[in-house]
Design a protein. Sequence first.
Length: 157
Amino acid sequence: MSQEAYHAYYQEYQRLVSEYAQSPSDELYQELQLILQQMSTEARCMAEKEEYLERTLQYKQNVAAMATKQQRSFLLSSSNADAHLKSNEDQLTKQNETLERARSTMMETEEISLGIQEELARNRTTLQSSHNKTKDLSDMTQQAGAILKSMTPWWRR
């Protein structure tokens, strides 16, 4: 059963390879990848597993070479190369602008955070000073209370 399925996948592979050679497209490339995955799966179930897996690997390499050749020819065609170069330049310009905006935002954020940190330090100093004054006042109030308590018998006489 697996050998028959592998053979059927191989026939489909040959048909797709000839179509891809005539007019390459991403859809055909994806179909070829799927067929090769199915061939690999079927090969694992067969008695001569290593032989069929090796064949499938060669088919995968063949498809990869075809795709690389197609991409190279696409990039080397003059009109496509110019358009591709212009597109890449535009993309890089946009990325640089985005990075500059991010950098300026980061600098602004850092300045704001430093201001906040300084304000917090001043607030901490003020709170610490207020706390110390409150503690001193509380101590003085307790001392005054103790003095008044000790003077109360003297006044009652």
